[in-house]
Ligand binder design. Structure first.
Ligand code: CO
Length: 134
């Protein structure tokens, strides 16, 4: 059911510094900062030949990244994002298998303007999973 790895997301304590590091030390193609108020994050996408890296920084008072950075002050791996063809079909299948969908269970529009859902990390070996319909 899942397709390509769309991106890996890393929560970072300093977005400018992290973007500079990917640009200068790692020599990667780094995009512009984008604010995602619906998700409580500011993001920068790094384009690699085979996937993307999403740098995440808190936006607003209820950002889910704030508590993550309190537990992981140096930053850390936050989620993996897999592509699916049909997010509703994927969700219904996952719910049947016992997986929990975060939030109200309905897709939201993600950073690429496409519908996304998040699956409970405790149901996926401690890893928060994002699904994106492509
Ligand atoms: Co993501």
């Amino acid at each position: 059911m899942i397709g390509r790895l769309n991106h890996l997301a890393i929560a970072v304590p300093d977005l400018e510094a992290a973007a500079d590091q990917y640009r200068n030390a790692l020599g990667a193609k780094v995009g512009e900062q984008q604010e995602e108020p619906d998700h409580g994050v500011t993001v920068v996408f790094i384009e690699l030949p085979n996937t993307k890296i999403e740098l995440l920084y808190p936006l607003g008072v209820n950002s889910p990244i704030t508590s993550f950075l309190e537990k992981n002050p140096a930053g850390g791996m936050h989620h993996v994002c897999y592509e699916v063809d049909d997010i509703i079909q994927a969700r219904d299948h996952l719910v049947e298998t016992g997986a929990r969908v975060l939030g109200n269970g309905e897709p939201k529009i993600g950073a690429h303007g496409k519908p996304v859902l998040f699956l409970h990390p405790k149901d996926f070996n401690g890893c928060l999973v994002e699904l994106e319909q492509v």
